[in-house]
Design a protein around this ligand. Sequence first.
Ligand code: ADP
Ligand code: MG
Length: 270
Amino acid sequence: MSRIITITSGKGGVGKTTSSASIATGLALKGKKTVVIDFDIGLRNLDLIMGCERRVVYDFINVIKKEASINQALIRDKYTKNLFLLPASQTRDKDSLTKEGVERIFNILLNMHFDFIICDSPAGIESGAILSLYFADEAIVVTNPEISSIRDSDRILGIISSKSKRAENNDIPVKEHLLLTRYNPKKVIQGDMLSMEDILDILQIPLIGVIPEDPDILKFSNQGLSAILNIDSLSGQAYSDTVKRLLGERVPLRFLSEEKKGFFQWLFRR
Ligand code: ADP
Ligand code: MG
């Protein structure tokens, strides 16, 4: 059974695209045939952070408008087997994204027997964001530990439970997961950020992972590499744990408290 999972948030800049690339890469590394779709028409950057921007010839909108076949538009990932990207167009107008068009693409991908269809949602709660989650089986709500992000996540949860196809058809509801990103335990202790417990209290959906704040993420994505491939980094390990949980493994949470400094770091007090 294929799983259509939308990575969403309401707010921009919280880590949706970073998480889409890392989760899709992680699933493919686990042997799952995975496609990741960039729904951010006009602002495409999933191809950039996955290092394949120069290979984009046809995009999602070309396929919707039947100007290209899905095979012409899908880009096979350079580093990871089983992983494909359907890029967004940078120039076309957003109105080209229609419900019928998106449904047709999903049906083609389902017929191609992808195990996972990961949708990188644009920011906001307008048509692009709604379409990206309309057909979803599951939603990963990406949230930063700050009140504006939590408020927008709450708003998107309302949309999932009222405007998704599953809601319209009285079907089993979209399965919701909370992914906390840019979590900084030091700031939580100082009282500058909300804690995981506080956020869970407000949003009341099951937690799928906590990704620590990690400046290396930007360095890595500037090189066209997903954060999960940085296996020495805490964020890479946290994404890897998140993927295992999506696949049903029980993995304890990590990186919720400040890392203890090693002896030499302590000695030099950096
Ligand atoms: P969105 O798709 O929600 O707009 P992005 O994934 O593009 O967000 O991320 C926005 C910015 O935040 C990028 O510069 C990215 O490198 C950075 N970022 C994402 N996750 C983290 C993290 N865990 N730690 C530090 N920076 C992060
Ligand atoms: Mg994005």
